[in-house]
Ligand binder design. Structure first.
Ligand SMILES: [Zn+2]
Length: 510
């Protein structure tokens, strides 16, 4: 899309602002929040004082050479009330061979009823033409936002979507219904605020399959992310000065009122704020690794930093280079871990149980989550339907780490500690919905997935196995790999018969 002239840009802004104000005055009162969130501040309703479309950056200049989606997010965050007003702009290029009549976005905060849509514009023109039942649909399906386009979007065509929305963060893990699916990290705790999967994003469109958006499930991740560029600005409207952990590299002065972060070719942009974060830092080459933690966990946080940095070096050598400038580890104020772009959360309980050795969950999970910066962040996959692609490789990367740092003792320990206690289950190629429970799901996808990788390596030899992994990364970096891609690229590196392994480990022929 060509850059709008200043005069037409201004008229678009005025029209959009007018539309937002109109929407505010005539929109019905938001649906009541669940009792679990009754103690939160009332929903944000935009008023003339709070509606400020960013007049400085309303129409990002498209970069035709860069077909990745471009996300600009301007976050006005009230730390005291845990609420935000966000101006979001997405410049989206149709990279598919199909002409698109609409866009489909995932809006995950709807699951916890913490989202309010205030206004939307397409190519600068306000619109209320969208399909979005986010107040009434059941929690696990209300996240689908479909926006019919005013004109069909041809291949290589570009469209700009502006969305103004409000967030009222939930308490992490404070739901007993389906919303618990979506608040295991997103929200706030006594010490910490976590913005993960917090903004509407355009889900991947795959020719022949359509838009890739699956429902949340009780275990396993359901989202699939295109690689995109992010420019995120955060202003604390109540004057708070928390420490910020972020997916992006900071491009502002840390003392500035508005803090700004950028990442290129990231999958999903996470932010975490806390007044009491401490941080230990290490450089690996020109990449800065941060380990954010709470007192009194400095020893464990330093072990996390060291394991992350050491595995980072090993994976860079064995698989291929890391593309970003920072990597942040955040100690969760909850018992869960999860990977995001250039950032992962680490479970609080694991810090508590650290015993000072490498043979413990703290190290194993650190190197697992670090591996997701290769298998998830660089090579993405449909996590709902083909979770084995990233999880079997992230789990197997634990072996690659341990066999490198202390081959004899630690590798044997890994199988004894991480694998043997659990019932091995085949069906490595199950969807998250076929797991039959959290533990069987882990056993199938993570553990037997890793065992398949080990047997594959034994069958084809180290040289072919690592040549394959390097090539898989090189060919699929920035893309969304499928099981077919995995085996197609594998067969470019070996002519060994692996049909018995596939029969042993997989439900379907590959
Ligand atoms: Zn994982």
């Amino acid at each position: 899309m060509p850059t709008a002239k200043p005069s037409s840009r201004l008229s678009h802004i005025l029209r959009f602002t007018f539309f937002v104000l109109l929407l505010t005055s005539c929109s019905p009162t938001p649906a009541p929040f669940p009792t679990e969130t009754a103690t939160l501040s009332p929903p944000i309703l935009l008023t003339p004082d709070t509606v400020t479309l960013d007049t400085e950056t309303p129409s990002p200049t498209p970069i035709p050479q860069n077909p990745r989606p471009q996300y600009t997010l301007d976050v006005q965050f009230n730390y005291s009330t845990k609420t935000a007003i966000v101006n979001e702009t997405i410049v989206y290029t149709n990279n598919s061979p199909d002409t698109l009549s609409s866009l489909v976005l995932a809006v995950e905060p709807t699951c916890t009823q913490s989202f309010t849509l205030n206004g939307m514009a397409i190519n600068g023109v306000p619109t209320s033409n969208y399909i979005f039942d986010y107040r009434n649909a059941q929690a696990y399906i209300r996240h689908r936002l479909e926006i019919p386009l005013p004109e069909p979007l041809a291949p290589n065509g570009q469209v700009t979507v502006q969305i103004n929305f409000g967030l009222i963060l939930p308490i992490v893990g404070n739901f007993s219904d389906e919303a618990s699916l979506c608040s295991q990290i997103y929200g706030y705790t006594a010490q910490q605020i976590n913005l993960v999967d917090w903004y509407p994003f355009i889900v991947p469109y795959v020719a022949g399959k359509g838009w890739i958006l699956h429902n949340p499930w009780y275990y396993g991740e359901h989202l699939t992310f295109e690689a995109a560029d992010f420019d995120v600005a955060v202003t604390f409207t109540d004057g708070s000065l928390p420490v910020i952990a972020s997916s992006g590299e900071e491009v502002s002065d840390p003392a500035a009122t508005t803090r700004r972060f950028r990442i290129e070719a990231g999958r999903t942009f996470a932010l975490s704020f806390a007044l009491d974060y401490r941080v230990v830092t290490k450089n690996v080459g020109d990449v800065i690794i941060h380990s954010y933690y709470f007192l009194p966990y400095e020893t464990a946080a330093t072990a996390v930093l060291n394991a992350t940095a050491q595995s980072f070096e090993i994976y860079s050598q064995r698989f291929g280079p890391y593309p970003h400038k920072t990597l942040s580890v955040v100690q969760g104020d909850f018992n869960d871990g999860m990977e995001y772009s250039a950032l992962y959360y680490h479970s609080k309980g694991i810090y508590n149980n650290y015993d000072g050795t490498l043979m413990n969950h703290l190290t194993a999970v650190s190197v697992h989550e670090t591996a997701h910066q290769w298998w998830f962040e660089q090579v993405a996959n449909d996590q709902g339907f083909e979770p084995w692609l990233d999880e079997s490789l992230a789990t197997y990367s634990e072996i690659v780490y341990y066999e490198t740092v202390q081959p004899d003792v630690l590798t044997k320990w890994w199988w004894t500690y991480r694998f043997d206690p659990y019932v091995p289950l085949n069906q490595v190629d199950s969807r998250i919905y076929e797991g039959d429970g959290q533990r069987p799901y882990w056993n199938k996808i993570y553990l037997n997935g890793a065992h398949f990788q080990q047997d594959l390596r034994t069958r084809i030899g180290d040289e072919a196995f690592f040549a394959f992994l390097r090539d898989y990364l090189a060919q699929m970096r920035g893309k969304i790999a499928t099981t077919d891609d995995f085996f197609r690229i594998l067969r470019q590196h070996t002519s060994a018969d692996i049909s018995d392994l596939i029969t042993q480990y997989f439900q379907n022929p590959h």
